[in-house]
Design a protein around this ligand. Structure first.
Ligand SMILES: [Cu+2]
Length: 70
């Protein structure tokens, strides 16, 4: 079972603690191994197990942290 890299765009981040919150919320999801968000672009790279994680899981985690997926 291989990991996949997925890229999303998160909107609403405006400081390093926003970045942290997004990353923590994402890596908290079962099946997400790593998440790196870029503050300026919002581009967030997620390393995940595609069999475990759905688009909705990602969206929910970002929203739970208080942000949105574009
Ligand atoms: Cu912030």
């Amino acid at each position: 079972m291989g990991l996949e890299e997925k890229e999303i765009k998160v909107v609403g981040m405006h400081c390093p603690s926003c970045v942290n919150a997004v990353q923590l919320s994402l890596t908290d999801v079962d099946g997400i191994e790593d998440a790196k968000a870029d503050l300026d672009s919002g581009i967030t790279k997620i390393k995940l197990d595609p069999n475990t994680v759905s688009e909705d899981d990602i969206k929910d985690a970002v929203e739970e942290a208080g942000f949105n997926v574009e």
